[in-house]
Design a protein around this ligand. Sequence first.
Ligand SMILES: Nc1nc2c(ncn2[C@@H]2O[C@H](COP(=O)(O)OP(=O)(O)OP(=O)(O)O)[C@@H](O)[C@H]2O)c(=O)[nH]1
Ligand SMILES: C[C@H](OP(=O)(O)O)C(=O)O
Length: 230
Amino acid sequence: MRVLVPFAAETPKTRLESVLSPAERAAFARAMLTDVLRAVVEAGHEPTIVATAPLELAAPGLEIPDDVATAVSVTVDDRPLTDAVNARLPDGNATTADAVAVVMADLALATPDALERLLTATADVAIAPGRAGGTNALVVRDPAFTVDYHGASYLDHCAIARKVGATLETIDSFRLGTDIDEPEDLVEVLVHGRETDRALAYLRKVGFELDDRDGRVGVRRDEASMTETR
Ligand SMILES: Nc1nc2c(ncn2[C@@H]2O[C@H](COP(=O)(O)OP(=O)(O)OP(=O)(O)O)[C@@H](O)[C@H]2O)c(=O)[nH]1
Ligand SMILES: C[C@H](OP(=O)(O)O)C(=O)O
């Protein structure tokens, strides 16, 4: 199966601007991308990054395992997300063997097992929704289906599947349902990240830790680490 990983290579993760500098957001986005690629490769697939700008996989302080570097390819497409993905979905001549999966690069908690559940679904369209109505990952087998990202795209994608007569399966997955968009989402990385995850390691490196002093769980940041990485 073709697995696409869209990646906004320039000015990524703007909604984290209150807690991370531009350089830190870029590094954190790259760490999450690496974790997602590793999970896709460990699930037995060879992902293609659909990046808005040319991209070297390795970056300063970010080593890429050899098996990941070998399996991953990069294609550059500077069109908006929806157009770039629609250009790569199954076309009219597609058979079910030509299924295409789209897995977002900010699913910091994604694991091979969680991806496997999505990638082995047999419906014409299988969707792992994100909280607040996004579409974190999906598999498309029906050539009549097109994506329309942003807003409550999960609901829009359900409606499009109904309209074209495609069977639909929703994958209920905490790990695929957690995309890291807002500062409060960093809690999920600190709580549920695995010790081998680059995203967890990066947040720790720049001084983030859980903060439950007032009884609710948030994150706080060590001031000394901040000045080193900005
Ligand atoms: N190829 C491509 N990927 C995109 C584009 N916009 C977002 N993405 C990727 O799509 C996924 C979901 O992105 P969002 O969370 O909506 O956007 P973001 O740029 O990561 O973050 P914000 O700037 O905070 O909205 C991530 O993997 C992004 O890297 C785009 O225009 N083109
Ligand atoms: C791409 C977009 O991501 P979000 O902005 O919801 O994170 C979506 O899921 O439609």
